[in-house]
Design a protein around this ligand. Structure first.
Ligand code: G3P
Length: 217
């Protein structure tokens, strides 16, 4: 499973990119607001920091305007994935931009049928929102399972990019059910490495090693 980070905070992205574990970045208008900087500047900086896909979301709602915005965002760098909402206009724009050879991430997916339509429109990525379904007492992970089955039934190459991830358990469950990508908030991503028994075990090893009086180099 690939790891994307869901943020427009370039300090976090720089730190995570340095680990060699980061496969891409997703942003959305709310994350751009949080960054408090001009969108195209932030996106260009992110594209310099990571080689993988960087999702940049359009804000138009009508297909032709979405296509124009998508082309403008895609001109920022070769690794831009144009992010489009899951509406009929978004799917029309997806087909056009995909036919032009651009990566498209169809976002705000909350049903398996929506995901099926995005795959038929040629999307590179579909973004089902797990946490926001959990918020309304619908199991978000069931949606990832259903999309996995449907895409495998028909050999769709659209990658399942699990979004709205809120916890380490979400990440683990995404991997278990076969999501292609998880886009994870920086704090959750950094937290995945932590385990108290790892810390305790390391402390013991280092203390015993010190008692040997040896050094490896
Ligand atoms: O990028 C979309 C998504 O990951 C949003 O997450 O936590 O705002 O539902 P959240």
């Amino acid at each position: 499973m690939k790891f994307f980070v869901d943020t427009a905070d370039t300090a976090d992205i720089k730190e995570l990119a340095a680990t060699g574990l980061l496969d891409g970045v997703t942003t959305n208008p709310s994350l751009i607001l949080k960054a408090g900087r001009p969108m195209k500047d932030v996106i260009a900086e992110i594209c310099d920091l990571v080689e993988g896909p960087v999702s940049a979301e359009v804000t138009a709602t009508e297909a032709d305007a979405m296509i124009a915005e998508g082309r403008s965002l895609a001109a920022i760098a070769d690794n831009i994935a144009v992010k489009l909402p899951l509406t009929l206009d978004g799917l029309k724009a997806c087909r056009t931009l995909t036919d032009e050879g651009r990566m498209v991430n169809v976002t705000l997916c909350f049903s398996a049928n929506q995901a099926l339509l995005a795959a038929k429109a040629g999307a590179s990525f579909i973004s089902p929102f797990i946490g926001r379904l959990d918020d309304i007492n619908i199991d978000g992970m069931d949606l990832i399972r259903e999309i996995r089955i449907i895409y495998d039934n028909y050999g769709f190459e659209t990658e399942i990019l699990a979004a709205s991830i809120r916890s380490a358990n979400h990440v683990k469950d995404c991997a278990l059910v076969g999501a292609d990508v998880a886009t994870v908030p920086p704090a959750v991503l950094k937290g995945l490495v932590k385990h108290p028994l790892t810390d305790k075990g390391l402390e013991q090893f280092l203390s015993d090693w010190a008692k040997t009086g040896q050094s490896i180099l």
